[in-house]
Each structure stands twice: as C-alpha cells, then as structure tokens.
Ligand binder design. Structure first.
Ligand code: SF4
Length: 440
C-alpha cells in the first residue's frame, strides 16, 4: 500500500472532511504519521482568517525540499483555501500537483490518479446540491464520531468567507445520518457530534419535514448512544424547542457553543448577525434556567471595522453577563469576497492586538472560576485516550466538554469513568479515578 500523510487545519468540519478523504483513498493509501515517507501529501486548509491561510501557504513553501527529495510524491491542497484560490495556487506553488475544493472529496481517487499520471489537476466546482457522499466507515473500537449533517451556509455574515467557499446550505436526509450513526454505535462508539455551519437550520429544503430538534430526538433514541453533542448554533435560530431538548434528551450533553461575535448592537448589525445583545443574553438566561450547569462557550471577534472603545466595552460587559465558560477569540481579519473587507475604518493591528489581550485575560479569569467551582465534585468522564502532555495519564471529557486528565489503567480508554475532580487549570482539570465498585 502507498502512504498518505494528511495535515488538517481549521474546524471540526475540516477534521470530519479529512477523515472522509482518508476513507475514500483507503483502497490505495494507508495513513502515515511520517511526512518523509508519504507518497501522497494532502493539506486540508482553512480560510476563515488570514493567519490560517498564511500558515498553509508557508507550509506549502516549506514542502519544496520534500518534493525535491521525493519527486514521485503527489502534493495536494484541499478545503477552503483551495476552493477560494483554485488555479492561482498552482502559480504560487510550482511544486503543487493537485487542488481540490470542498465539494470534491469523493472524486479524490480519480484526481490523485490523474496527478500520478503527470497532470496538474484543479477541481473547485461548487455546484448546488449535495455531492455524492460515501457512507462513513468507522475504525475498529471507535470512541467519538463527527457526523456531518449539512454543508454550506446561507447566512452571509459580513466577515465570513464560509458561504463563498462551502456553498449554499444543504441538509443530508435523516435516514442517511441515522444509518451512519447506527454503524458507529454497532462498532462500540459512545459519543456523536452532529456538525454543520448552522445546525439550527437543519432540514430546510428536505422533502421530509424535519427540524433540528426532531433530528436530535431521533438520534437520542438510538440504542447504545451515551453522549450527543452538536456544533455550530446560530443564536438567531436557537428556538425554544431546541432549548427544551437539553432537559428532555438524556444523551444530549450539557454544552452549547453559541458564537456571539460581539457585544455591541452596532457591530452586530454591521456583521449581519440578525440578533441584538439583549436577544442573545435572553437566550443564554433561558438556557441556564432550563438546563442548570450547562457549559456555554462562544466565539468573539475583536477589532471589526469601525469598532470603538465603547463597542469593545460592550463586548467585555456581555462576556461578564453571559459568564461564558470558554471563549475562542480572534482579531478581525479581512477575507476576500466578504462585505466587511470593503468597509472603511479598518483598525490598526496594534489596536486589535491590545483589545484581544484584554479580552483573553478577562475570559481566562471567567474560565478558571468556572473550573474552580467543579473541584471537589465527582463527574462522568468519557476516556478518549492518553494525555498528550503526560502519556502516563488518561485524558477525557466531562459531559460539559471540559478536558480532564487523571492517572488510571489503559483499559478505561473508550469507557465512561467516574472521576473526582481535584485541580482546576485554565484549559483543563485534574482528577482521581473513582474505581468501579466490585461486581457481586
Ligand atoms: S453563520 Fe455566519 S459565521 Fe457562521 S458560517 Fe455562516 S456566514 Fe459564517
């Protein structure tokens, strides 16, 4: 078998797409962790921020040497940067063999064969309609599954490149989704995350009338499912029905990622987000009321064009009011084809960096406080594997998605374990395994 090295940038959708790439190529290629021995090197890219894109271009440049040492190596770029740049990538990287867009994964075997025959291949069509989607095959003894339920986005937030590189929103039929999950559960899997750019609008355009809460109810009822999560939710489309599912569906974990992006109504309007800070905070209050203990995480952008110190103060204020357990925060960066990139009043980098540092310091305080409240409790952890930093320890997640490291026997991997939480850190907790009681 030839060897495939896959480098993935970006979000969980990209991780799921990379898993699909490995699957469609599995007849000819086996995955390797060693780039030096690869026959096929694929980079799955992210275009959400300029920095992410720059990383990809820099990696591509650094691969010239590898290509020289292994002239038979096929080098390909897929994902959002590939979709955005298309043929231009061949010009900036003469050692590149293949460029494939976000809808082209299922055609990879043919494209790779054409590249192996000496052609430089570019396929970045973004046709409406779902591309043929291979049924997922799961590895033996899987623990967690990322299941894509829809592609694309129709929201056109003014800062976001996603609708331009992933196309219009399309939902996969529920029967296909549940069949995929049934296979995963039959293989012993425990946790499923349903993925889409805006899962809350799942079902629009399908012949069978179905909403996202309906899909959650269907999946929750599947035999053997221990945990269910989803990402990402648009706050505007977070319905009362969806909020009630946290209480009604036992496998649905007490965690919601609800990107707010800004706490200023003026900036939210310029971002085309479709809600106000008051509406957002009201939904957070309803979530906390209906599901006490829910962990709410968010995304925040600082330095959007024309953002004033007063706008930024509104964001800090909203963070405190919402009491986010975790926030992923970024400096605004103009993206091609987006409306915000053409707005006047782009802020200097130094202003964005200073605001980001203040915001992150504020969030670190909130996160450590939230983690501190858990110390002394015993909670269920799904053990995912060995800790990356301390391989003598196990690593897993609470239902609220917090990472927990603790010493324990390897046979716990893939199982639910009770862990007594002993220490809080900014990005994780430490704990002690509470051994299972002996079976009578
Ligand atoms: S909802 Fe907005 S931020 Fe999210 S993918 Fe769609 S356009 Fe981008």
């Amino acid at each position: 078998m030839k060897k495939l090295y896959l480098r993935t940038f970006g979000c969980q959708m990209n991780v799921a797409d990379s898993e699909l790439m490995a699957q469609v190529l599995a007849g000819e290629y086996v995955l390797t962790q060693q780039a030096e021995e690869a026959d096929l090197y694929l980079i799955n890219t992210c275009a959400i921020r300029r920095k992410a894109e720059e990383k990809v271009l820099s990696l591509l440049g650094s691969l010239k040497g590898l290509k020289k040492r292994r002239p038979q190596l096929i080098l390909g770029v897929g994902g959002c940067v590939a979709q955005q740049e298309g043929e231009r990538l061949l010009a900036v990287a003469p050692h590149l063999d293949l460029v494939f867009g976000t809808h082209g994964i299922y055609r990879l075997p043919q494209m790779v064969r054409a590249a192996a025959a000496g052609r430089r291949v570019v396929e970045v069509d973004l046709k409406p309609g779902l591309p043929p989607w291979p049924q997922r095959q799961w590895p033996p003894k899987p623990v967690k599954a990322l299941v894509t339920i829809m592609k694309g986005c129709d929201n056109f937030c003014s800062f976001c490149v996603v609708p331009h590189v992933r196309g219009r929103e399309e939902s996969r039929p529920p029967s296909v989704i549940t069949a995929e999950i049934a296979d995963f559960l039959a293989a012993g899997g425990k946790e499923v995350t349903l993925l889409g750019q805006n899962v809350n609008s799942y079902g629009r355009g399908l012949p069978e009338p179905i909403t996202f809460p309906d899909l959650l109810r269907r999946v929750s009822a599947m035999e053997g499912l221990a945990r269910l999560r989803f990402a990402t939710s648009h706050p505007r489309d977070l319905s009362a029905d969806l909020i009630s599912t946290f209480l009604d569906l036992p496998p649905l974990c007490e965690h919601l990622h609800l990107p707010v992006q800004s706490g200023s109504n003026r900036i939210l309007k310029a971002m085309n987000r479709g809600y106000t800070r008051e509406q957002y905070l009201e939904k957070v209050a309803r979530l906390r009321q209906s599901c006490p203990g829910i962990h709410i995480s968010t995304d925040l952008i600082v330095g959007f064009p024309s953002e004033t110190e007063a706008d930024f103060a509104h964001t800090l204020d909203l963070m405190a009011k919402a009491a986010f357990d975790q926030a992923f925060s970024f400096k605004y960066s103009p993206r091609p084809q987006t409306r915000a990139a053409t707005l006047p009043d782009q802020l200097p980098e130094v202003v964005k960096a200073e605001r980001l540092a203040r915001l992150q310091a504020r969030q670190d305080e909130l996160t450590i406080k939230a983690h501190g409240r858990l110390v002394g409790q015993t909670q269920e952890v799904l053990v995912e594997g060995l800790s990356k930093r301390a391989p003598e320890q196990l690593c897993g997640r609470l239902r609220t998605n917090r990472v927990v490291n603790f010493p324990g026997p390897r046979h716990l991997v893939g199982r639910l374990a009770q862990v007594h939480l002993t220490e809080a850190h900014p990005h994780s907790l430490k704990g002690r395994w509470v051994e299972d009681p002996p079976t009578p």
